[in-house]
Design a protein around this ligand. Structure first.
Ligand SMILES: *[C@@H]1O[C@H](CO)[C@@H](O)[C@H](O)[C@H]1NC(C)=O
Ligand SMILES: *[C@@H]1O[C@H](CO)[C@@H](O)[C@H](O)[C@H]1NC(C)=O
Ligand SMILES: *[C@@H]1O[C@H](CO)[C@@H](O)[C@H](O)[C@H]1NC(C)=O
Ligand SMILES: *[C@@H]1O[C@H](CO)[C@@H](O)[C@H](O)[C@H]1NC(C)=O
Length: 635
């Protein structure tokens, strides 16, 4: 209390002296400004001199309030140091130095935004009067990173006033940060009716500043690739700094000035059956109505698909684009040509009958919009590389089906085919009867007759005694007729195959020999079997096949067994003597085996009668294979 009263008294005195203007002898020196980041510690130095030395001074610190009044925060004399109570600085200030050196420093810790004030250092000597100095404290805060937000919708070039491009924002800076807009690295300034920049500043409850800036612009088509960003500048102790936002693009809607229409697929020449895809595009990007028209029909999209195209789809296709804003129309067209290949026309049509020795002349034509290539084939073999097919001196060999293939070399897969059946007219011709090796032991044989000729000959089968045989099967082939008859063989028999048509007849004779064999009870229970030999007597020289039957083999087998018995004795004998003679048993066996073979062959060729006789008593009568083997050996 006492101190306070004393201080009040002093102030009163000072004011009094000041009024009198008698104290100018104390010189006080201070910096104009001290800069510091919020939260840090500020130091404000106060230096003073006096003609009578610096001892015994009264030192006081004040700050200037918003209303311009001086508010004391500190008092010091040679006896005491007092921090004023109840000021915003009471807890945060200290002053070092006793004042004996002519310098004191006011230290403010945890500097606040509100601390941005003017501070006064007042030095008073009781003898020489007083002096004061002033320092402004500047506080700084680095703002948050700036943000940018562009409009999401597209911007039309048709707008009369500037359209919103985007907003930049930077928060919590001190002092006020500045925002500058850039387009493609060039700063933007407001310009009447073209560029509009609206800045705004908000003071947060913390006392910090947040800045915002909105950019509006009139856009033209060329701006479609522009990028925009903001630069933020702000003060820091001793200078300025800046940061940038990222870049944004804008979508510019501009109307088309031209459209184009084209065939997207197929690439190259088009043929009937293809799927044609037509596309139309404008060079603008404003919403517009696009339609493709042809022959009175239209599609309301920018794509037209013609499935399974025909020659009727050839022609001009018109694409029209209508701007939905201005209703302006622009159009373009393209022409489409669908190539075709008509079905092949063969002349004469389908079937032709020619006489033997005559010439045949046929053509194969297919009309097309493109060059064609024609090839004639018979049985997959090329016979002519021409539209025209000429066959000289026709025979049964030239009869058959001819196919002409017309292709378009320019387009793969374009092909048509025509057919021509050629019949060669002439008397029947019985083809070489098949080798009838019918020595199977059966009571019936199949005899067949292949006949060429046109018109198709009729075939009849008769026996030598005039009996007509029923045909078992008759097949009509490309060349003529294939007729089969089933003959029951009880004794030797002759069968005629007679073929005839309008142009003549042909006949062939088959001689079938019946062989009767009887079995012995020793082997099987069967009684009678037949062996038929067929002899064709016209087309080819008769083929005689002598057949002894499998009885022969039985005979050989018996002889073999006998020989083996002898061989066994011999081998045993040799084995006994083996050690003495020094010969191996194996060598003996081989030698004996070859001897045996010789004997078999000899027996067969020398004594056939006996072999046959033995065969009758044999058991493997049905084995044809063995019989064949035997015949081979005989030859
Ligand atoms: C912000 O702009 C104002 C007005 O142009 C200017 O006085 C101030 O120095 C600028 N601040 C910065 C940090 O550049
Ligand atoms: C902006 O557009 C450019 C070119 O048109 C493109 O390369 C870039 O990726 C776009 N950037 C953004 C953020 O969309
Ligand atoms: C003979 O012909 C008939 C009727 O065509 C057939 O069923 C039979 O299998 C044939 N026989 C022989 C041995 O070819
Ligand atoms: C069948 O041909 C033979 C031999 O040429 C002949 O003898 C016979 O009379 C002919 N039969 C018929 C029915 O034509």
């Amino acid at each position: 209390m006492a101190a306070r009263d004393a201080a009040s008294l002093l102030v009163g005195l000072l004011v009094l002296f000041h009024t009198w203007g008698v104290w100018a002898d104390v010189q006080v020196n201070m910096e104009d400004r001290v800069e510091v980041f919020r939260g840090e510690t500020a130091q404000i130095a106060c230096m003073y001199t006096s003609a009578d030395g610096v001892g015994g001074m009264i030192i006081q610190w004040f700050y200037v309030t918003q209303s311009g009044e001086k508010q004391k925060i500190y008092y010091q004399d040679t006896t005491m140091k007092v921090v004023d109570r109840g000021t915003p600085f009471t807890e945060r200030i200290s002053v070092n130095g006793t004042g004996a050196t002519g310098e004191v420093v006011l230290t403010i810790s945890e500097v606040q935004i509100e601390d941005e004030l003017e501070f006064i250092c007042l030095i008073k000597s009781l003898t020489d009067g007083a002096g004061e100095g002033r320092t402004k404290l500047k506080v700084f805060e680095i703002p948050n990173l700036p943000t940018i937000e562009g409009v999401q919708t597209g911007i039309s070039v048709n707008k009369d006033s500037p359209s919103m491009i985007g907003t930049c924002e930077v928060k919590n800076g001190f002092p006020k940060p500045n925002i500058t807009w850039y387009r493609n690295n060039t700063p933007l300034r407001s310009a009447q009716d073209v560029v509009k920049i609206v800045p705004s500043i908000t003071t947060e409850s913390s006392g910090l500043f947040s800045a915002k800036s909105e950019l509006s612009m009139k856009v033209v088509k060329e701006d479609k690739d522009d990028s925009f960003y903001c630069e933020v500048t702000f003060f820091v102790p001793g200078g300025t700094r800046m940061t940038e936002t990222n870049r944004i693009n804008i979508t510019v809607y501009y109307p088309s000035t031209a459209v184009s229409i084209w065939v997207e697929s197929p690439k190259g020449k088009i043929k009937e059956g293809d799927s044609i895809v037509l596309r139309c595009h404008g060079n603008g990007n404003t919403p517009s109505l696009i339609s493709i028209m042809h022959d009175g029909k239209s599609s309301d999209t920018n794509m037209l698909v013609l499935e399974n195209a025909t020659r009727l789809d050839s022609g001009d296709y018109l694409c029209t684009s209508t701007d939905t804003d201005t209703f302006e129309e622009i159009s373009a067209n393209t022409s489409v040509f669908v190539n075709y290949l008509d079905p092949a026309m063969v002349m004469p049509n389908d079937t032709i009958v020619v006489d033997q020795g005559q010439e045949l002349n046929a053509t194969c034509n297919a009309s097309s919009t493109l060059q064609t290539h024609t090839v004639w084939f018979k049985d997959e073999k090329e016979v002519s590389k021409n539209q025209r097919l000429i066959l000289n001196n026709n025979t049964f060999d030239t009869a058959g089906t001819y196919v002409c293939v017309v292709t378009v070399p320019e387009i793969e897969g374009m092909e048509t085919r025509g057919k021509l059946h050629v019949n060669v007219q002439g008397p029947p011709e019985i083809m070489e009867p098949e080798n009838v090796e019918m020595e199977s032991f059966q009571t019936t044989v199949n005899v067949s007759c292949k006949v060429r000729g046109f018109p198709a000959p009729s075939v009849t089968w008769t026996t030598s005694d005039g009996k007509v045989l029923k045909t078992a099967s008759q097949t009509e082939t490309e060349e003529g007729i294939w007729s089969v008859v089933r003959v029951t063989v009880t004794s030797d028999i002759t069968v005629f195959c007679n073929a005839s048509n309008d142009h003549g007849t042909d006949a062939v004779t088959f001689s079938i020999k019946a062989t009767t064999n009887t079995t012995t009870p020793a082997t099987t229970t069967s009684t009678t079997i037949f062996s038929a030999t067929v002899k064709a007597e016209t087309a080819i020289p008769p083929k005689k096949i002598k057949k002894e039957g499998s009885g022969v083999i039985i005979a050989v087998l018996i002889i073999c067994i006998l020989l083996l018995a002898i061989l066994g004795s011999v081998l045993y004998f040799l084995y006994k003597k083996g050690k003495i003679c020094g010969r191996s048993g194996k060598q003996d066996l081989t030698k004996e085996k070859s001897n045996k073979d010789n004997i078999v062959v000899e027996m067969k060729s020398d004594n056939t009668e006996e072999a046959v006789l033995l065969g009758v008593n044999g058991e493997k009568q049905s084995s044809n294979d063995q019989g064949g083997e035997y015949l081979d050996l005989q030859k």
